[in-house]
Design a protein around this ligand. Structure first.
Ligand code: NDP
Ligand code: 8X3
Length: 252
């Protein structure tokens, strides 16, 4: 079987990087995306013994940059079979009345508008070919609001709504749409949320065994390898220690 081409956003770290590693060994050619170009180049070199790869460095917030980057793909890379919309982050964790408007803008621009810009560039090709698979990385924060989660939760609720919208609107074209919604995963996520404060980031996972990026990559591969007539629509995955967005059992 020919290898499918998968474009993974946020491949420079965490869930996206683990997904790139796993897909490279499982019959996918890869377009690795992220802003940190040196990481993309390093990862691409490392995985080149397993598959063909190319890289695109762009900021998902910049619609023109997104269009330019995706249109710059060589002809042989333009037929994207799989889009993993993974790029995203939380910025800050404060009561809404103390929220930083710049943090709000980042979360809405990256997690919501960025996902839309990338999808828009890729969906039309899938529609023409009447095939494709879009995997959106949501979150338990897109299913339940938790204290101080306010705008991050809103951005992930928006991802949930967009995923459901895609499922309706792309249904006539046979395009699969999957939503994967993790709980606590130990990546660079908390370091970004707490603006480089390593102590606070570490405390997020203190006293529990969180998920690791590879746990989510496994589910992405599972969803991508179901038979043609099956779509995994929506998965919620938590560490055993987590019962809900706000209820987590920690060893003292
Ligand atoms: P990481 O911080 O490890 O990775 C985030 C990725 O997103 C990086 O590769 C980063 O690349 C990319 N990214 C961020 N901003 C931009 C931007 N403006 N333009 C392009 N790429 C960008 O976190 P995770 O791996 O944990 O996060 C991946 C996804 O999983 C996110 O959507 C997150 O919301 C979601 N998630 C995470 C959970 C967790 O607990 N970790 C739980 C549930 C969902 P670069 O900086 O190089 O651009
Ligand atoms: C990341 C999980 O609980 O920190 O989306 O919001 S959480």
């Amino acid at each position: 079987m020919d290898k499918r081409i998968a474009l993974v956003t946020g491949a420079t770290s965490g869930i996206g990087e683990a997904t790139a590693r796993l897909l490279s060994r499982n019959n996918f050619k890869l377009v690795l995306c992220g802003r940190r170009e040196e990481r993309l180049v390093k990862l691409s070199k490392e995985l080149s013994s397993f598959t063909e790869l190319t890289t695109l460095s762009f900021d998902v917030r910049d619609q023109n940059g997104v269009i330019k980057a995706i249109q710059s793909l060589p002809e042989s890379w333009k037929k994207i079979d799989v889009l993993v919309n993974n790029a995203g982050n939380a910025h800050g964790l404060s009561p809404i009345q103390n929220g930083d408007v710049e943090d709000w803008n980042q979360m809405i621009d990256i997690n919501v508008k960025g996902l839309l810009y990338v999808s828009k560039e890729i969906m039309n090709g899938m529609i023409e070919r009447k095939s494709g698979h879009i995997i959106n990385i949501g979150s338990i924060a897109g299913k339940e609001v938790y204290p101080n989660g306010n705008v991050y939760c809103a951005s992930k609720f928006a991802v949930d709504a967009i995923t459901k919208g895609m499922r309706f609107d792309l249904n006539p074209y046979g395009i699969k749409v999957t939503s994967i919604n993790p709980g606590l995963v130990d990546t660079e996520f908390s370091l970004v949320r707490f603006k480089g404060d390593e102590e606070r980031a570490k405390n997020t996972y203190k006293g529990l065994q969180p998920l690791v990026a590879n746990d989510i990559a496994d589910l992405i591969l599972f969803a991508l390898t179901r038979p043609a007539h099956v779509v995994v629509a929506d998965m919620l995955v938590l560490p055993v220690a987590q019962a809900s967005a706000a209820v987590v059992r920690r060893d003292s």
